[in-house]
Each structure stands twice: as structure tokens, then as C-alpha cells.
Write a protein that binds this ligand. Sequence first.
Ligand code: SAM
Length: 412
Amino acid sequence: MAGEIPRKRIISKEVAYAQQEIWKFILGFTPTAVVKCAIELGIPDILENHQTPMTLAELASKIGCNQSSLYRIMRFLIHYKIFQEKHVFETSVVGYAQTPLSRLLTRHGENSMADLVLLESTPVMLAPWQKLSAWVLDNKQLPFDAAHGTDLWGFTAANPGHSKLFDDGMACDARVGVAAVIAGCPEVFEGLKTMVDVGGGDGTALRLIVEACPWIHGINYDLPHVVAVAPTSTGVEHVGGNMFDYIPKADAAYFMKVLHDWKDEECIGILKKCRKAIPQDTGKVIIVENVIGQKEDNEFNDVGLMLDMVMMAHTTNGKERTLKEWSYLFHEAGFTRSPPPLPLPGTTVAAGNHHRRQEPPPHPPLPSPTATHLHPPPPATSSATHLYRQPPPTSTITHHHPPPPLPPPRTT
Ligand SMILES: C[S@@+](CC[C@H](N)C(=O)[O-])C[C@H]1O[C@@H](n2cnc3c(N)ncnc32)[C@H](O)[C@@H]1O
């Protein structure tokens, strides 16, 4: 019939859906870029300080920018629920206001993640993503090294400005993570006189822990260039060194988002060093890390998987791990038992204890049935469900170990 479109040229619903969805990937960088722009313009802080909704004219005047660009930026961010529109108190005038999301983007708010947004969107951190496919293809040069000629830690050591950005970004995450650990499983800190935070960055995590548990003397242990500029705080001593060589002696060793930067062999080496740093009978290793879902559960969460890609782009063979993969590390390092993970509000914590390994180790790289047995997946309780579903899940695992011969401490 004249004017009728041939049937084969009408696209199916699936193809139409795919054609729509693919734009999320084509332009997936825009939310990050526009959120970064809003932070740089100081919009979350301006709205926070103003306390009542601000009109476009007021906001543009405060920032010192033209209204038409600002209007489009705000329209975009309102669409993504970063900001909202609200009536100015008892008037018909509509203005811009904060949301719970934008409160996380003020520069110095209690739970601010602004520094982490600014870090991840720097040209330095974006460049390695251009090298990802080459790395996957030939495994010759890690993406970060290919982009910058050195690894992340070498780069931060040579670039104090980027090192500060990195430490500030990590401190954002540390503030949220430590609050969850203290609220959800304070018992892990009971009875500790000393605790070393290995890879503790600028000491933010340890400062908060010592504030909450003032009976603990904290040792913040990180690379010399990091602790050299770390702020001082009561009850926290900064020690510079290399965790592959030596870990300072303490009742407990605390690792927060450190082991995910390293491959299995390196983590096992670090954990073995830990066994030399803590007392045999009462010592603990406390690990606060992401736990990603296991394949059979099909419960990988978006944030966990994104972080796993970040580890590939930015670290020297680091990765996010499933419970079985964590169990494998503990077993290989000589620990035989750890309790199931404990859920926390907004995050998840697992606690465990430790015993010296008696049986032969499982074969790498896959976790063996022995490792699974030593650190079984959590039972199908609400805790376990919570563990896998909270983005980003985190686990704390404590272990005991045999006595150490002690190397001399290195301090800065
Ligand atoms: C991802 S950051 C985590 C920082 C901190 N634990 C937190 O959660 O905010 C990893 C830390 O490990 C430190 N690091 C890297 N290599 C190290 C080494 N060989 N010895 C000690 N610390 C190291 C880095 O300087 C960095 O502060």
C-alpha cells in the first residue's frame, strides 16, 4: 500500500530500548563532570550557608556568573536529584535548595565526598582509563604506569599537590567508613591499648577511632611522604615506612581500603608481616574493605563493580574481592578462622578471630574448599542479605597470630 513503511524497517522494542540505553554510556561522564563543576563553583556551600531557597538571580549574583549557563547546570542537577526546587518561605517565588545528595558535596561538611569527586575527576586519575584496553590486551604496562610513567604511589611521592588531593579524597571515605565501624561493631576496639593503622593516609580514620576510643594509642603508618604532611592529633603518632618491609608493633593492626590496592601475593605478604607485629594470644588484624557479591549469588552491586574497575585503572593489580577471595588471603597468610561478616547501617562489617593454620594451603588463584570452610559465607540470614546488598559493603576481620621477632621501628 502506498505510504506504508515496510515491516522489516520498523525497529523492535528491544532495539529501540538499546538505542536509548546506549546514550547513558556514550554520555555517562556528564554527571561526574557537572557535579565537579557545581563543587568548583561552590554551589552546595552557597545553598547550605543561605539556608533558605535561592533564586537563579541570587545564586548567579553570589557566584558571579551568567544566569543562562547556571540555569542549565541547575536544571541538569535537579534532574539527577542533586538539588531541588522549593518555594521561598511563604511566597510563590521558587528557588534552588539542597538535597541529602548535595549536602555530601559541600567542601567541608561532616560527611562530605566533594574531595573524592574532585580527585577522581582530575586529569591525572582520568588519564589511565585511556590505557585500559591496552593493559587488558597485552598485560604489559599497568594503566596508571602507562599514563604517568610510574605507579600511583610513586606519582604521589613526586607530586605533593596530587598527594594532598589523594589524601583528602581518601579522608572523605574514611570519615564515613569509620563512623559505620564505630557505630556497628565498637567491640572490635575493646581492650586494645595500641593500634596501628597500616596505610592510614593522613590519619583521619585513626583520629576518629581514638576520639571514640580514647584508651587506644594510635600509630598511623604510611609512606614517609604521606605522614610527613599529615596533621597532628592527640593520641595519634605518625610513623613513616613501607608495609612490605615492616609493620610497627601494636595490639591490633587496622587496614582500611588498603589491601584492595594489591594483588593476592602482595596482600598475603603484608598479612604475614602483620602476624609479626601483633601479640600471639590477643592480637587482632581488623580489615575494613569492600566485599563484592559472589558469582553464584548474582548480587554484584554497581558501586562494588565500579570500584573494581577503578582498582584496575589506578593500582598495581589491586581488585575488589568476594568473601571467598578474602578467605583465600587469610588462609594463605596463616589464619584459619574468621567469623561471618556483620552488617552495619549503610555499610557492612565482618568480624573474625584467628588461629594458626594446621593444614596445607589451598591452591591459588581460586579459593579452595578449605578456604571456604575456614571463612564460610554468611548464613542466609538477614545479615547475609544485608551484607551483599548494601553498597559499598565493607568487612572487618580480626585475626590472632604467632609471636613476632621485632625489627626496629622507623619513624618520621
Ligand atoms: C587507598 S589509600 C587508603 C587510605 C586510608 N586507609 C583510608 O581508608 O582513607 C591506601 C594508602 O596506602 C598507602 N600505601 C601505599 N603503599 C604503601 C606502603 N608500601 N606502605 C605503607 N603505606 C602504603 C598510601 O599512601 C595510601 O595512603
